[in-house]
Design a protein around this ligand. Structure first.
Ligand code: HGY
Ligand code: MN
Ligand code: MN
Length: 409
């Protein structure tokens, strides 16, 4: 058995390139929405790469793909996972880095002739992004016991297409007994998607937890009318009212503190025609904060401002807080093994929290989990400019490898 295993960076960069071609966009990013044809092509590629790595591949009733590497003992596996679905015109690393990094780690163990005590399972979680089928982390949430399967199956996209039907259509509707097993430990390698590591001048980060996230669906109902004959004083313009709510989300986050965030990413006016006063607007609001009371406070202040707007303008506003992922600290033991792996590699052990949601949250609800971050250039993500240096990617994947080896043995 060779000591000091390391990942094959050449192989990892090659597979990241191959996957980035699936759903490639003109601006150098990817659109590979969950359960789309692009997602199917990516999954088929991933299945080949898992089998090439000698893994036994199975697909569960949520489409989660698991590649299993046996250990010396039939005990709970160490799971290494992430996702390959993307947002629209997103980056090529958000998700694939963790799944392909895990494959590179397994290949490195094989190359070094290392057999671990625990089995290792590489997982591709379905629909982590939650942009085609809201909310996020839907499949890991069902496996983690947060959502009923029926709820997930009935989630529909903007065209009313159901999650379950798309799973079946792309040929990835598997069996419940083929879900990832509950983990002895879970590790997820991911791009930071923020500026902290770049500002600190370090290539990798030891993630201590994930902030609380809550998503609202807001419907503003006014009165559609002709843009010409209707006097301004008589109008109930839903888009003018919604624009004040957009400003309220932004202002609320800024007024709360330095780490609160509030975003309106989705907004659809109806009928969206040049000569018609919008009668209805459906929009989203995304608030995040590590402290639960502060997060709830932002939502309550938003509701109060919506009520006040309704009283002033005569439009009706309904606020549906349909998803909350509580702030989640990671397991101290797993975080410690990640820090020790950084030290073994002579890397700084910069600790930080994640502002982005990850499947690790729902895995952490049921067992010890942790994450490793790789520096993001300009802190950018969920955009085509997302980029991480090859050397940083290699460092992060080696931290994943050594932390997995520590936890699996
Ligand atoms: O929304 C998130 O934070 C994740 O990218 N799904
Ligand atoms: Mn992600
Ligand atoms: Mn993402």
């Amino acid at each position: 058995m060779k000591a000091n295993p390391r990942i094959d960076a050449e192989w990892l960069h090659g597979r990241l390139e191959d996957l980035a071609r699936v759903g490639a966009t003109a601006g150098g990013g990817v659109t590979r929405l969950a359960l789309s044809d692009e997602d199917r092509v990516g999954r088929d590629l991933l299945r080949d790469w898992m089998e090439e790595a000698g893994l036994a591949v199975r697909v569960d009733d949520l489409g989660n793909m698991t590649g299993r590497r046996e250990g010396r003992e039939r005990i709970a596996p160490v799971l290494l996972g992430s996702h390959i679905d993307s947002v629209r015109r997103g980056g090529r690393f958000d998700g694939p880095l963790g799944v392909l990094g895990a494959l590179a780690a397994v290949r490195a163990l094989d190359a070094a002739g290392i057999e671990t005590r625990h089995p290792i399972e590489v997982v591709n979680w379905t629909n982590e992004e939650g942009v085609r089928f809201e909310p996020a982390m839907l499949a890991s949430g069902v496996v983690g016991g947060r959502f009923d399967r029926a709820y997930a199956y009935d989630r529909a996209d903007r065209d009313g297409v159901r999650f379950e039907d798309e799973l079946r259509r792309i040929g990835y509707l598997g069996r419940e007994e083929d879900r990832p097993e509950s983990a002895a430990a879970y590790l997820e390698l991911h791009v930071e998607q923020g500026p902290v590591l770049e500002d600190a001048g370090v290539p990798v980060g030891v993630v201590e937890g994930i902030v609380g996230i809550t998503w609202l669906n807001v419907t503003v109902e006014g009165q559609a009318d002709h843009a010409g004959p209707s006097p301004m004083r008589l109008r109930r313009d839903a888009l003018v009212a919604a624009s004040r709510l957009v400003a309220a989300v932004d202002r609320l986050a800024r007024e709360t503190d330095e780490i609160a965030v509030g975003t309106v990413g989705r907004l659809v006016p109806e009928p969206n025609l040049i000569n018609t006063v919008p009668g209805r607007v459906v929009m989203s609001a995304d608030f995040r904060h590590p402290d639960p009371a502060t997060l709830d406070g932002m939502v309550e202040r938003f509701r109060a401002q919506a009520e006040q707007l309704s009283a002033e303008t005569g439009v009706s506003v309904t606020v549906d807080r349909f998803w909350t992922s509580e702030a989640t600290p990671f397991d101290v033991g797993v975080v410690g093994e990640i820090a020790a792996a950084c030290e073994e590699l002579g890397l700084p052990q910069h600790r930080l929290w994640s502002g982005a949601g990850h499947d690790a949250k729902y895995v952490a609800d049921r067992g010890p989990a942790g994450m490793i971050f790789v520096r993001s250039r300009g802190g950018l993500s969920h955009c085509e400019e997302e980029f991480s240096e090859p050397a940083d990617i290699e460092a992060g994947a080696n931290v994943l490898l050594l932390a997995a080896l520590r936890l699996a043995d």
